[in-house]
Design a protein around this ligand. Structure first.
Ligand SMILES: Cc1cc2nc3c(=O)[nH]c(=O)nc-3n(C[C@H](O)[C@H](O)[C@H](O)COP(=O)(O)O)c2cc1C
Length: 173
């Protein structure tokens, strides 16, 4: 898809058809994600790919019962390895850069899923500790987002944006 059409057409999808998502598509999406920029090119992201129904259900519960997570055939949990950017950049790497690395990769995941004809939603309302326990994440790996992916089962809600002139501040000082 042409880039600007892709940007316009991507919407959060919160209802999924039961049809499976081809593993090649998931891997293409992740190959795109790892092209993202990262602080010092340290690539502090880690991706957990979940298809197991019980694990998806537990993740949905950990995310304040956002049941659509369990409905998606594929759930990616995007995580930050705080140690990867921490070793070079100290606290700023650990508390800030690695979150940005994963955020950037997450945006690519959403766009790449749309390019593949799939729907997705970035979910960050969840209990960190519960998600870490469910996925048995090592201490230094922090879950940043849960991204259910599947073929859309809804007409997504078209969200609006504040006009640019409300958020753009051109130097006048
Ligand atoms: C940091 C962050 C946290 C979010 N958490 C949730 C969430 O927990 N549940 C959810 O349904 N959507 C969540 N979203 C998706 C937003 O609600 C959605 O992107 C926003 O309403 C704009 O809609 P759009 O993605 O369709 O353009 C989150 C998005 C971001 C960036």
């Amino acid at each position: 898809m042409e880039f600007r059409s892709l940007l316009r057409d991507r919407h959060s999808v919160r209802s999924f058809r039961p049809d499976d998502v081809e593993q090649e598509k998931v891997l293409r999406i992740l190959q795109d994600a790892i092209r993202s920029p990262s602080a010092g090119n340290l690539q502090s992201w880690e991706f957990m790919l979940v298809r197991n129904a019980d694990v998806k259900k537990r993740l949905a519960e950990a995310a304040l019962d956002q049941d659509f997570i369990a409905e998606a055939p594929v759930v990616l949990v995007v995580c930050a390895d705080t140690g990867k950017s921490g070793w070079k950049y100290g606290d700023r790497g650990k508390n800030f850069y690695c979150l940005l690395d994963v955020s950037m990769a997450s945006m690519i995941i959403l766009l790449s899923a749309a390019e593949e004809g799939l729907g997705a939603c970035f979910v960050a309302a969840f209990d960190d500790r519960e998600v870490s326990e469910i996925l048995r994440l090592p201490e230094q790996v922090r879950p940043i987002g849960i991204i259910p992916i599947g073929y859309s089962g809804e007409m997504p809600e078209i969200t609006s944006r504040m006009p640019l002139d409300k958020v753009l501040h051109i130097e006048t000082w």
